[in-house]
Design a protein around this ligand. Structure first.
Ligand code: DX5
Ligand code: ZN
Length: 224
């Protein structure tokens, strides 16, 4: 449970899944109990890497009809793609405040499509940039690594942003969930949870040699 008495959520990140056996690997995580799948979309422009887009997500939606698809858009001008990511099966769309001139309006557009909306900040972006957007956010995402690649180390200072967002939520009487993304391992999970994180993204620490065991180990620790 988090400070609000809400259940914490694990969102395994598909970026680290075995793409040669995608269906099998994703099903292992879901059969082990994961309710969310974190889906990293990268455009090679907002971040240096390119991942996948709507056609792949559409297949994932078919494989996992009941899983919440938590789509993290690491793309410039995400406003161009809201409808596309709804149609391929996204449930939650998170955009970066650094990627658009009009983040408030993009969050409204996501809600207008009947989806949940999130705003994300990179490690170099202060929480202040999220403040005017918080009333439009179902969740906020704190990048705990520089976006673009799985398997990096968590930047410890980013945990202060989680604590700041917990305080702001209380002060403003809001109920957004706080998500952390990048470098989360079983070895630093206690610090991540103590900071007040609600949604834990983990890629390389879950997918790999033992996806089922990794998922179960995280779920047990976060008490989902
Ligand atoms: C990085 C992505 C992350 C990534 C996390 O840009 O947003 O979601 O998959 O991977 P790990 O858990 O390996 O750091
Ligand atoms: Zn992500």
């Amino acid at each position: 449970m988090n400070q609000n008495g809400q259940k914490r959520i694990l969102a395994p990140s598909m970026l680290s899944a075995d793409f040669a056996h995608l269906e099998e690997d994703l099903l292992k995580a879901v059969h082990a109990g994961a309710k969310y799948l974190h889906v990293d979309v990268m455009d090679g422009y907002f971040v240096p890497n390119i991942s996948f887009g709507p056609p792949v997500i559409k297949v994932v939606r078919q494989i996992l009809p009941d899983t919440v698809l938590d789509v993290h858009l690491m793309v410039e001008q995400p406003e161009r793609y809201i409808r596309d990511y709804k149609e391929c099966g996204g449930d939650i769309l998170t955009i970066h405040v650094e990627a658009t001139k009009h983040p408030y309006s993009v969050l409204q557009a996501i809600h207008a499509e009947g989806l949940k909306a999130g705003a994300a900040i990179n490690p170099g972006t202060p929480v202040e940039q999220l403040i005017p957007l918080l009333r439009q956010c179902d969740q906020v995402l704190v990048m705990s690594v520089n976006p673009g690649f799985g398997g990096q180390s968590l930047i410890p200072e980013t945990l202060d942003k989680i604590r700041e967002l917990v305080q702001l939520r209380e002060k403003l009487g809001l109920s957004y969930l706080i998500e952390i993304d990048g470098g989360v391992k079983l070895s630093n999970l206690d610090q991540v949870l103590d900071a007040g994180t609600d949604i834990i993204v983990a890629g390389s620490a879950i997918f790999g040699k033992d996806t089922e065991g990794g998922t179960k180990a995280f779920l047990q620790r976060i008490g989902e």
